[in-house]
Design a protein around this ligand. Structure first.
Ligand code: ATP
Ligand code: MG
Length: 487
C-alpha cells in the first residue's frame, strides 16, 4: 500500500524483489519469459514517483509502438490502475513540444516514449529511467540515456532495464560481465501468477528461497504457461524457458546484425513516420499460411539496388480474404467526389479507390495456388510464383546481408517495427511475431552424427522465406537449363 489516497498492492519476490530494491546506477534484470520482470520495474517507477514529489521518470523502449503494446498495458492495467481511478495520476497525451506522460498529483511525472523518436523525451532530465527489452537498444542509446539521469530529486539516479536473454556475446551481457551493469536473474518462481507460496508438505512443493515459507507450487495458469514454454525448441527454448544467454548453433544468417540491418524511421514534426521515397520501386512478397503465419512483406528498392523491408503482416489464424481486405485498407483509401448535375438539378457523387502508396512492381508468392487465386480475386492484383531454390536463395540473401567493411552498408535492411499488428495468439504461445525475431533462430539442420547438412530447419521460417524469395526475384540470374550428359 502506498500513501493514503491510493490502495495498491504488489509483492515482489526473488529477482523481481532485488530489482525493486536495488540502488545501483545501472541494473539489468534478465530472465526467461513471464517471470514478472517488467512488472517489477514498472512498480518501482510507480513507488518512487508516489513517495518523492517531483520525481521525473521515463519509460522507454526501442520503439514507442512496441512500448504501447507491452509495458504500457501492464502499467495501465495493474500498476497505476487504482491511481488513475482516484485521479491521483492522470494521463497527458503530449503536444508537439512535450512527450506523452503520466502526471502525479504530487508533481512527479512518468514520460513515455521510444528511442526511435527521441527528440521530445531526451531533451529533459530524469531521476529514473526504465528501458524495456534492453537487448534491442545499442550501447550508444544506453550512453545517451545515462546523460539524461541528473534530475536529483531522489537520493539515487538509476537506469533499470529488463530483457529476455540474447546471445552470449551480446554487448549488454558483456557489459554485465565487465561489472559495468549489475545483472539480476529472475526466474518463473518469482511470479506469483505462476507459482503460489505453499507449505513444505503441499503436493508438488518446490524449494524456493524467495517465498515466505521457503516453498512454492505451480498454479493452474503457471502449469499451462510452462507447458507452452516446454514446447519451444532450440535457442528459443534455452532463452525463454531456461533464461540462458546463448547463441543459436548453426545459425544461417550469421551476417544479420540488428544494429546494422534494422533501420530507424525518420519522423515529421508531429511524430509521424516519413514514408520511403515514392519513386523507389515497391515489391510485395507473400507466404501463405493459417496455422503457420501468413506473411505479407513490402519492400522498397533504393537507388543502389538495396532493399528496405518497410511493412509486414505476420499473422496466424486468419484467412486470405481477411488479409486481402486488411492489405487493401492499408495501401488504398476511398475518395468521394461530389458535383452538381445542372441538367437534372441534383447533387451526384462517385466514390473511387485510390492508392496512397506506390503500387508494387511485382507480388511474389509461394506456390499455394488456392491462396494466390483468392488473393488475386480480392485485391485485383496479379501475382507471380517465387523462385524457391533454397540453396541459391540463402547464398544470395547472405550476400545481400554482408556488410561492406569500407562503407558499413549492405544490400538488405528491415525498417524498425514494421509490423502492422501483433499476432496475440503467437505472442501468447511464444512464437516469433515478426521476421526480425526469426533471424536469430533460423538454423541449419544438424545430422545425428553431428555433421551439419546444408538444409534449414523448417520451423519459424515464414518471414525468412519471404526475404529469400524477394532476393531471388531480383538477384537470381538463372540456372543452366541443360544438364551435362554422362560422357
Ligand atoms: N508480483 C506479482 N504479483 C502479481 N502479478 C504479477 C507479479 N509479477 C508479475 N505479475 C504478472 O505476471 C504477468 C507477466 O509479468 P511481466 O510482463 O512483468 O513478465 P516479464 O518477465 O516481463 O515477461 P517477458 O519475459 O515476456 O517480458 C503480468 O500480467 C504481471 O502483471
Ligand atoms: Mg517484460
Amino acid at each position: 500500500m502506498i500513501g493514503t489516497a491510493v490502495q495498491h498492492e504488489y509483492h515482489p519476490r526473488g529477482g523481481c524483489k532485488e530489482i525493486f530494491e536495488s540502488r545501483e546506477e545501472e541494473v539489468l534484470v534478465s530472465g526467461p519469459a513471464g517471470t514478472g520482470k517488467s512488472r517489477a520495474c514498472l512498480e518501482k517507477i510507480f513507488a518512487v514517483c508516489m513517495l518523492t514529489p517531483n520525481t521525473r521518470a521515463l519509460l522507454l523502449r526501442k520503439t514507442a509502438r512496441s512500448l504501447g503494446s507491452t509495458a504500457l498495458v501492464t502499467w495501465r492495467n495493474f500498476v497505476v490502475k487504482e491511481a488513475l481511478e482516484t485521479g491521483e495520476v492522470v494521463y497527458y497525451g503530449g503536444s508537439s513540444q512535450e512527450a506523452a506522460q503520466y502526471r502525479f498529483k504530487n508533481g512527479s511525472t512518468v514520460t513515455i516514449g521510444g528511442l526511435d523518436n527521441p527528440t521530445r523525451i531526451m531533451s529533459s532530465e530524469y531521476d529514473i529511467v526504465y528501458v524495456q527489452e534492453a537487448t534491442e537498444i545499442t550501447i550508444t542509446d544506453l550512453e545517451f540515456i545515462k546523460t539524461r539521469l541528473r534530475n536529483w530529486r531522489i537520493s539515487f539516479q538509476q537506469l533499470i532495464m529488463d530483457c529476455n536473454p540474447a546471445g552470449d556475446k551480446h554487448w549488454l551481457k558483456l557489459r554485465c560481465n565487465d561489472g559495468k551493469t549489475k545483472l539480476i536473474h529472475s526466474r518463473h518462481e518469482d511470479n506469483p501468477r505462476l507459482f503460489d507460496e505453499c507449505s513444505e508438505d503441499a503436493e508438488g512443493a518446490i524449494a524456493y528461497a524467495g517465498s515466505s515459507t521457503g516453498y512454492v507450487c505451480v498454479t493452474a495458469r503457471g502449469k499451462a504457461y510452462i507447458g507452452i514454454l516446454d514446447s519451444l525448441t532450440g535457442v528459443r527454448y534455452k532463452r525463454l524457458r531456461l533464461g540462458l544467454w546463448v547463441s543459436a548453433e548453426g545459425i544461417i544468417y550469421e551476417e544479420f546484425d540488428p544494429a546494422v540491418h534494422v533501420l530507424p524511421w525518420e519522423y515529421d514534426a508531429e511524430g509521424n513516420r516519413l514514408p520511403l521515397p515514392a519513386d523507389w520501386p515497391r515489391y510485395w512478397v507473400i507466404d501463405f499460411g493459417y496455422v503457420h503465419p501468413f506473411v505479407w512483406k513490402c519492400y522498397a528498392q533504393g537507388p543502389d539496388g538495396e532493399l528496405y523491408m518497410y511493412r509486414e503482416i505476420h499473422m496466424t489464424r486468419r484467412v486470405v480474404e481477411e488479409h486481402a481486405a486488411q492489405i487493401m485498407s492499408i495501401v488504398t483509401k476511398e475518395e468521394t467526389e461530389t458535383w452538381y448535375d445542372h441538367f437534372n438539378g441534383v447533387y451526384r457523387s462517385r466514390t473511387t479507390t485510390v492508392w496512397i502508396e506506390p503500387m508494387p512492381d511485382a507480388v511474389i508468392c509461394d506456390w499455394d495456388a488456392e491462396g494466390r487465386k483468392t488473393f488475386e480475386r480480392h485485391t485485383g492484383i496479379g501475382t507471380v510464383k517465387a523462385l524457391k531454390w533454397v540453396d541459391d536463395g540463402i547464398d544470395l540473401h547472405k550476400a545481400r546481408l554482408k556488410i561492406d567493411p569500407k562503407t558499413g552498408e549492405c544490400g538488405f535492411y528491415l525498417m524498425q517495427d514494421a509490423l502492422v499488428e501483433v499476432d496475440e495468439y503467437a505472442r501468447e504461445n511464444l512464437m516469433p511475431t515478426c521476421t526480425e525475431e526469426e533471424y536469430a533462430s533460423y538454423v541449419w539442420k544438424v545430422s545425428p552424427d553431428g555433421r551439419t547438412k546444408p538444409e534449414p530447419v523448417k520451423l519459424d521460417d515464414d518471414g525468412m522465406d519471404c526475404d529469400r524469395y524477394m532476393t531471388m526475384h531480383l538477384d537470381f540470374k538463372g540456372k543452366a537449363r541443360m544438364s551435362i550428359l554422362n560422357a
